[in-house]
Design a protein around this ligand. Structure first.
Ligand SMILES: [Zn+2]
Length: 457
């Protein structure tokens, strides 16, 4: 490797026509071994080129990329905001982080900044730079524990989990196994299936064996880049196990519903969202698992294009990750009353429906428990975080095929909520790890309120 250092290896740009061949049969090409073909290049979703990248630079860099908040100032601009972001997304110039009708957060790559800026100004749309160098924010979000600290932790506690940093899948799964081995009367762990790349989907059951206890499902990490979600969900697991004698419900918890995507956010692309399924006949990878559930699949807010972030897959439950969740519920005899799925960001407590701006017949119950949840979350930490309660499609945007709609409509679980954790946009997906504990305390308060509501059903 050393003698190659001096040779600045520039990216070999491979033409579109060759790209699909290379992706599948890279061994047939004469490629020096210090170069690795990266399946998902920087511009993957722009359908432009595939690149070969020096192994040393295999991680996608967001140097100079910015996150902007684009706002419609008057009613008439609302359509403009969504049309502009849609067009730009199609063109691969920006990526949508979150948004509702009047405000969107978008990530713009450094090379596209002048173009997008000019265009927004032409359209008289205002924007504000929220993150001025995304790579810097990424570099600062997760100061790692030293090897010594990790070893000490493992030696002292038997696992590597803690909540001041974001942990890899191995640590999270190791923690679940540790709990099952150490507290076999209270916990058990099962793998409900495997991901596209063969990683187990581990669910921990926490129960003190009380008769007729209601059961709650909790999941995290469906969207890979929302790191705060698995961190929060594992914190909840820790609390429930430590306080197991006082539990009045049984909990089934899947902390990392998209393990391939989660690992990919550590190894290649911090901002990866989907799973890692290779689409047939496309250069693009990944299905949005929260568009892949089988209720009103393929409706509003979804895409049939594998290159889009909201690609719904080839059919309902086409993905092993969502299919495993469905199979688990079909086989389970537990007395499920609630389905809580943790995402980020925006600080919302959302209830069905997501597929359209409509509500289920008992929405008043969902609204009132949702408001209690918001109150408890505000009280849970000194930051007094404010969470907005509302119907998914109305509060944010319509998105069909979400897990909460499926849980409500098909499983008929009374309390189905999607909770969008911190923050409201300052850091967005790259929430620094010092916010894990305060955020997780809020989420735990939410779980307790929903548990109470389930008890009175
Ligand atoms: Zn999400």
């Amino acid at each position: 490797m050393e003698e190659l250092e001096g040779r600045k290896v520039l990216f070999a740009v491979v033409l579109l026509a060759e790209a699909s061949v290379i992706g599948r049969e890279k061994r047939e090409f004469v490629i020096p071994d210090w170069i690795e073909i990266v399946d998902e290049p920087v511009a993957e979703n722009s359908k432009t080129i595939q690149r070969a990248v020096n192994v040393r630079d295999a991680k996608i860099s967001y140097d100079g990329a910015q996150v902007w908040r684009v706002q419609a100032l008057v009613e008439g601009q609302k359509d403009l905001v969504s049309n502009v972001t849609m067009d730009f997304q199609e063109a691969g110039l920006l990526s949508l982080w979150v948004g509702n009708e009047s405000t969107v957060d978008v990530m713009v790559r450094s090379e596209e900044i002048p173009r997008v800026s000019r265009y927004l100004k032409q359209k008289d749309l205002r924007y504000q730079v929220v993150i001025d160098n995304l790579q810097k924010a990424i570099d600062e979000e997760n100061p790692l524990l030293s090897v010594e600290e990790m070893e000490e932790l493992e030696g002292r506690k038997g696992h590597r989990m803690e909540w001041t940093t974001y942990h890899r899948l191995e640590d999270i799964h190791g923690y679940l196994d540790y709990l099952a081995q150490t507290f076999p009367d209270v916990c058990s762990v099962v793998s409900i299936g495997n991901s596209v790349e063969g990683r187990p989907l581990k669910v921990i059951r926490i129960s003190n064996g009380k008769q007729n206890a209601p059961a709650l499902w909790i999941d995290g990490g469906i969207h890979a880049r929302e790191w705060i979600s698995p961190a929060t969900v594992t914190y909840i697991i820790n609390h429930l196990v430590e306080n197991s004698e006082s539990l009045d419900a049984d909990y089934y918890i899947l902390p990392v519903a998209n393990p391939d995507g989660y690992e990919y956010t550590f190894t290649r692309d911090r901002l990866w969202r989907k799973n890692r399924k290779r689409a047939v006949g496309s250069m693009c990878t990944g299905v949005d698992l929260n568009r892949n559930f089988g209720y009103r699949w393929g409706g509003m807010g979804t895409s049939k294009d594998p290159c889009r972030e909201i690609y719904a897959g080839s059919g309902p439950f086409s993905e092993p990750e969502t299919n495993a969740i469905r199979n688990f519920f079909e086989a389970s005899a537990a007395n499920f009353k609630a389905y809580l799925t943790f995402h980020s960001y925006g600080q919302y407590i959302l209830y069905p429906w997501g597929y359209d701006k409509r509500v289920p017949p008992d929405y008043a119950d969902l609204e009132s428990v949702g408001r209690e949840v918001a109150v408890s979350m505000r009280k849970a930490d000194s930051a007094s975080s404010s969470y907005t309660v509302g119907n998914s499609a109305t509060t944010l945007y319509a998105a069909a095929g979400g897990s909460d709609d499926w849980a409500k409509a098909i499983l008929k679980l009374k309390y189905a909520y999607t909770i969008e954790l911190r923050d409201t946009g300052k850091f967005g997906f790259v929430l620094p790890s010092r916010y894990i504990i305060p955020t997780a305390k809020e989420a735990l308060a939410a779980v307790m309120v929903v548990t109470e509501a389930c008890k009175s059903l």
